[in-house]
Write a protein that binds this ligand. Structure first.
Ligand SMILES: Cc1cc2nc3c(=O)[nH]c(=O)nc-3n(C[C@H](O)[C@H](O)[C@H](O)COP(=O)(O)OP(=O)(O)OC[C@H]3O[C@@H](n4cnc5c(N)ncnc54)[C@H](O)[C@@H]3O)c2cc1C
Length: 422
């Protein structure tokens, strides 16, 4: 596509990755971010092989590998020790692994790539209105440096799950998820295998996750671990600053999962270490038309049970770049984008909505069914492989897969990673 003036609303994963792709294609990109500074706060995330392929495409994978922690498998246990989930990445592909990454590190590697690109930044600028017509988009913002209004050829909405800018007629479902989590970033857990995402379950109402998270750029030699504890959304506020909740949590871990309690007893000191996370389900019939596109959580927020959100946001950026490169026609652009993204998004939204109640709900029946069925399911080689492929982020439907090799191809004009310029 001929160079366009493009507004990107939101500098999260979707916004930053799209800015890299589009600026490298020669478009005039303007980024609007409501936070005055790029946030270094956030739970650890698990970058999947799909997200890593996009990182390679962007030329930032080596930087991420240097900061992240390799995760070879997901292991979920019941209090009696039964292995409920046992999914190794190598069952999808011998070279696959996940990368536990601190959000500050994720942000850092994307910002590094953006540094050399001519992107216009509006930090501390909250977009308050977006009006899109046949000729372009008008963006109004207000913030620390005053207010403004500017016109662009194209607007990309990437401002997260609570975005008010999704066209209503594209939205099938937009509702808060009844469960959330509290999370903390703690010194590395050295008492459990370090290359595993450990999960612990009791019924469907109790779930704990321990994710190797690697290091942050300011302290690259201090590995960290993320701790997640599932909590009904209605109880999240009560957790804030509550010593009693933290004490009850520690006591429960000691009773049910003693293998994890040594580290937790030492690393968890009080409620100030925990932050709440709320989820949303957003399902749309389309992600773009004319001069408007919607990316990342704004387009397809889901519970993080399958650990795909960041990876989906990265795949959105990759797909948009592919579609923009291929055509000058807006209808053809969005047709191509939907062909690249809809099958995968639909598959993961379906799986996430189907599986999450088995892990986060008050249903005793679903918890029991899961405890009886899942250990057997994991004994079936085909299902083990399918589960590993699903977690890897490569599914594009029940019987279709993304080609990570094709996705990882470098952006045109960019040297492959490891090749020194000149
Ligand atoms: C506890 C938890 C654990 C998770 N774990 C994982 C995991 O392991 N793996 C994984 O892949 N995903 C995970 N996710 C999901 C993942 O965090 C999201 O899918 C991902 O961050 C979405 O990126 P995004 O860029 O679409 O949105 P966001 O990261 O929400 O970014 C949106 C940006 O827009 C800005 N913004 C908002 N409104 C405005 C406005 N009006 N004007 C200007 N700027 C605005 C915000 O400040 C923000 O910077 C997890 C989520 C949670 C809550």
């Amino acid at each position: 596509m001929q160079p366009q003036r493009i507004a990107i609303i939101g500098a999260g994963t979707a916004g930053l990755a799209s800015a890299i792709v589009l600026a490298r294609q020669g478009h005039a990109v303007t980024l609007f971010e409501q936070s005055p500074l790029m946030s270094t706060v956030g739970a650890g995330i698990l970058l999947q092989p799909s997200g890593m392929a996009v990182f390679r495409h962007l030329g930032v994978l080596d930087d991420a590998l240097a900061l992240g922690a390799r995760v070879t498998a997901l292991r979920g246990r019941l209090a009696n020790g039964t292995l409920l989930i046992d999914s190794a990445y190598r069952e999808a592909c011998a070279e696959h692994f996940g990368l536990g990454l601190h959000r500050a590190s994720l942000c850092h590697v994307l910002l590094q790539a953006l540094q050399s690109l001519p992107v216009t930044w509006h930090m501390g600028a909250t977009v308050t209105q977006l009006d899109v017509d046949d000729d372009g988009a008008a963006v109004a913002w207000t913030g620390t440096n005053g207010s403004g209004l500017a016109r662009f050829d194209l607007a990309l909405v990437a401002n997260g799950a609570r975005s008010p800018f999704r066209p209503r007629e594209w939205v099938l479902l937009d509702e808060p998820y009844p469960w959330g989590a509290v999370w903390a970033i703690l010194p590395e857990c050295g008492t459990l295998p370090r290359d595993i995402l450990h999960q612990y379950f009791h019924g469907a109402a109790r779930m704990m996750g321990i994710l190797p998270t690697g290091a942050v750029p300011e302290a690259p030699r201090q590995p960290l671990t993320s701790l997640f504890w599932s909590v009904p959304a209605a109880e999240l506020d009560a957790w804030q600053g509550s010593d009693a909740h933290v004490a009850a949590f520690k006591a429960e871990v000691r009773m049910r999962w003693p293998a994890a309690s040594g580290w937790i007893d030492e690393a968890v000191q009080g409620p100030a270490q925990f932050l709440p996370a709320r989820y949303r389900d957003v399902v749309m019939t389309r992600f773009g038309a004319g001069r408007l596109g919607v990316l990342g959580d704004a387009a397809h927020a889901m519970s993080p049970q399958l650990g795909q959100g960041v990876n989906m946001a990265l795949l959105d950026a990759w797909a948009l770049g592919q579609a923009m490169q291929e055509t000058d026609d807006l209808d053809a652009l969005w047709a191509r984008y939907h062909a690249l993204r809809l099958p995968s998004v639909r598959f993961y939204q379906f799986m996430s909505r189907a599986l999450t109640p088995f892990y986060q709900s008050h249903s005793r029946a679903l918890g029991l069914l899961r405890d009886l069925a899942f250990p057997w399911m994991y004994r079936m080689p085909w299902l083990r492989r399918e589960m590993a492929r699903t977690v890897s982020g490569i599914k594009a439907g029940p019987f279709a897969e993304l080609s990570l090799e094709a996705i990882a191809q470098p952006v045109p004009g960019q040297l492959p990673e490891g090749v020194p310029p000149g």
